[in-house]
Design a protein around this ligand. Structure first.
Ligand SMILES: NC(=O)C1=CN([C@@H]2O[C@H](COP(=O)(O)OP(=O)(O)OC[C@H]3O[C@@H](n4cnc5c(N)ncnc54)[C@H](O)[C@@H]3O)[C@@H](O)[C@H]2O)[C@@H](O)CC1
Ligand SMILES: [K+]
Length: 509
């Protein structure tokens, strides 16, 4: 699903109106109906008590006025407070005119901020995508008053004060909502950690906006939902054999961290790889062979870490990093891997690589090695690891820009891990993942992701981006399926690996 800018959202509204021969008030009515339907499913009249709608002067306020009317008709006890302004939008005026007289309406002033008791349900319809500058004056005072009131807040379209696709200076005020109900497509602001305290839980409602306009819009931002990966995994042909799905090599583990190799290997096998060979330190041989009998094992001559790169000739993809440690000998292995993989690019496609964890830290310490990365290498840093590869980011928006630049410059697929993990492509696209849950913030879940990505990169039927996108999505989905059984607290990385099969099955062609 595409993520659009505020300007594109406005154009989308206009295109929908033209295409479907609607009035703008009719489109606003659809938005209000969607909001109200959602609201009624959340809280009944008794649970809601008196509902206060705060309305700004634009169409966001118009949505609020229309919703107040519809909720009143549905039997909710409503109260409306209006933020004064020199002018109001036409659809605002239309909905002001149609507001039932039974609903009390007050004008907001510095002296007369609306009374908000703790627990009051407040619908924030002050500003939406038309926010033109940071909040100041009365609007800022009102939002500070609301945030201090400990109300139950539902934001319409976007919490007032947040910009759709740009950061707001830190000291600025924005509404802290428990829920945000938006229309059509998600907004970039919803996907960034720094906005979580404002956005709360977000919901995007379909209001029949022009699909043709969306299809024709260009954007660097995408949201990987179920539809984006539907059918992404080709069905297995009847006469497939192990070779069809590739032979992967995993370089992982060091003394005390052989478990990382085990987890990555299990995930790689669950990811459908044809054959898996793991290079582990000598101390890991018995552990690995016993824990993952389905994989082959090449013990390193060194007992405690990996010191020698096996011959790469048999493999269709190589993963390196989980539990690797940062010994100088392992750095040499990484360097040799990059040189060998890059050398194969001259006469054939580059050897697919997946680079994670300590292998990323080693790259961060020896940035000259970045120039050796073969095209379409998959890197999976969390924000700290990414910072070691680049520079500290000012905020989440700046980090996205660094991510985009890095992926373009290095011609790699870079996955910035976190909630809504973001996959950057060599062409400058950013794909935010929709699956996963906080239960996955547990040791080893990154190792599982590496193993799964390795399996999908070894599968020659998938293009590099498809493999990475499917891997990230299925990893999160496996975590969601696992958490449904274990609860989030009880979730361990091995559970995620266990559910990779069912998660991938959902994306089968
Ligand atoms: N255009 C449409 O047809 C639809 C629009 N919808 C709603 O309309 C919203 C966008 O409406 P608008 O474009 O009218 O914009 P907004 O309602 O977000 O705000 C625009 C108004 O706020 C003022 N303003 C902007 N920044 C301000 C600030 N910092 N301090 C004080 N005043 C400020 C502007 O001068 C203008 O009067 C969406 O977020 C959505 O809620 C929905 O009804 C769906 C349909
Ligand atoms: K709002």
């Amino acid at each position: 699903m595409k993520i659009l800018t505020a300007a594109q959202t406005r154009e989308l509204d206009q295109a929908t109106i033209r295409e479907q021969h609607l009035t703008s008030a009719e489109l606003m009515e659809r938005a209000a109906e969607a909001l109200v339907e959602w609201f009624c499913s959340l809280l009944d009249q008794e649970q809601a008590g008196e509902v206060l709608v705060l309305c700004g002067p634009g169409n966001n306020g118009g949505d609020g006025l229309a919703a107040a009317r519809l909720l009143h008709q549905a039997g909710y006890q409503m109260r409306v407070a209006l933020l004064p302004a020199e002018t109001q939008s036409a659809d605002w005026q239309h909905n002001r005119l149609h507001l039932p007289e039974a609903i009390p309406v007050a004008d907001i002033s510095e002296q007369q901020l609306p009374a908000i008791l703790p627990g009051t349900v407040v619908i924030d319809a002050l500003f939406g995508t038309g926010l033109a500058r940071p909040l100041a004056g009365l609007a800022a005072a009102l939002v500070a008053h609301l945030n201090a009131a400990r109300a139950r807040v539902v934001a319409v379209d976007i919490p007032s004060g947040l910009f759709t696709e740009a950061p707001q200076p830190r000291e600025d005020v924005a509404v802290r909502a428990q829920h945000t109900v938006s229309f059509g497509t998600p907004k970039l602001a919803f996907l960034l950690p720094q906005n979580a305290e404002f956005v709360g839980e977000w919901h995007v409602k379909d209001i029949g906006l022009s699909q043709e306009f969306i299809a024709g819009s260009t954007t660097p931002w995408y949201y990987t939902d179920e539809a984006a990966v539907a059918g992404a995994l080709p069905a297995r042909a009847q006469f497939s054999h192990k070779g069809t799905f590739g032979h992967a090599l995993l370089l992982a583990g060091s003394r005390g961290k052989v478990g990382a190799a085990v987890l990555a290997a299990r995930a790689c096998l669950r990811g459908g790889v044809g054959l898996l060979t793991a290079r582990v330190p000598g101390c890991g041989y018995d552990i690995f062979q016993t824990s993952v009998p389905e994989a082959m094992c090449l013990a390193d001559p060194q007992p405690n870490f990996i010191s020698a790169l096996p011959d790469l000739q048999p493999y269709q993809a190589v993963g390196i990093g989980p539990g690797l440690g940062q010994d100088a000998a392992s750095l040499a292995v990484l360097q040799q891997l990059l040189q060998t993989a890059a050398a194969t690019t001259a006469h054939q496609k580059p050897l697919p690589l997946v680079i994670d964890a300590d292998a990323l830290n080693l790259l961060g310490q020896h940035r000259e090695l970045l120039a050796l990365l073969p095209e379409n290498t998959v890197l999976t840093p969390h924000p700290k690891e990414f910072e070691r590869l680049t520079e500290p980011a000012r905020d989440d928006y700046h980090r996205l820009e660094l991510l985009r630049q890095f992926a373009q410059q290095r011609r790699c697929l870079v996955l910035l891990k976190g909630a809504y993990s973001c996959l950057a492509t060599p062409t400058g696209e950013l794909h935010f993942n929709s699956t996963g849950n906080p239960g996955m913030a547990t040791g080893g879940s990154g190792d599982v992701l590496t193993g799964l990505l390795l399996a999908l990169r070894a599968d020659a039927r998938l293009l590099p981006f498809q493999a990475a996108q499917l891997g990230v999505y299925a990893h999160g989905r496996a975590g969601d399926l696992a958490a449904a059984k274990t609860g989030q607290a009880g979730l361990i990385a091995g559970d995620i690996a266990h559910y990779i099969g069912p998660a991938l099955r959902e994306a089968e062609a």
